[in-house]
Design a protein around this ligand. Sequence first.
Ligand SMILES: Nc1ncnc2c1ncn2[C@@H]1O[C@H](COP(=O)(O)OP(=O)(O)OP(=O)(O)O)[C@@H](O)[C@H]1O
Length: 226
Amino acid sequence: MSNVVLSSQSLGKQYRDGKRDVQVFEDINFELKKGEAVAIVGSSGSGKTTLLNLLAGLDKATTGAVEIEGQAWDALKDAKRSKLRNEKLGFVYQFHHLLPEFSAVENVMMPLLIAGEKSAKAKSIAAQLLSDVGLSERLDHRPAQLSGGERQRVAIARALAHDPACVLMDEPTGNLDETTSKEIQELIVRLKQEKNMAFLIVTHDEKMLSWMDRAYRLSSKTLQLI
Ligand SMILES: Nc1ncnc2c1ncn2[C@@H]1O[C@H](COP(=O)(O)OP(=O)(O)OP(=O)(O)O)[C@@H](O)[C@H]1O
């Protein structure tokens, strides 16, 4: 079986902006393998979010295709695409969309309960993950009772709960201090090694680039290895 989790072939995206077509990028060939952590950097507006959305099958490419574990997003019907995305991918966004009326541990349990896991098992997985991100003392706090960095760590734990093949992260350490960023780094490195999980991380954090397997810059409509 191939080790490739995500790949794109000649991927291009154009937006229609009024009467004008805006080409965000063209001909992007990309591969992410099991156990790899790869960074994407690029200036504001270079297309990083657009690229993440295409790779996650959340948006349609203008040209080319994206495959997840060898399966083209385009070839799937909506329901199958959602199912595959829920099973295989985890997401961490800048705005983490935690459910405000639920506690930290309940937020992390949610994807597991939706996937049919029993409540006690889901709770024990969620509590372990929250402890891994340094939040063992915050299990019963609601998002409003947590700092920005703590909320971000809950979002990271939630993205990992269902054991995804690949985690897509948009500025995951954006509002974390150095100690917490280091903890997140150690967690990612451990999950790469122990579970062969793959990570694709959009970041401005130079420190992150130093321990990633590869880094690319999205610039002049192409993806360049740096
Ligand atoms: N739905 C849309 N319709 C038209 N143009 C769009 C649309 N979404 C994004 N764009 C344009 O495509 C380009 C890439 O946007 P994108 O959000 O992917 O950039 P980014 O690198 O993620 O930026 P940032 O770092 O500021 O979040 C920008 O010029 C943006 O204005």
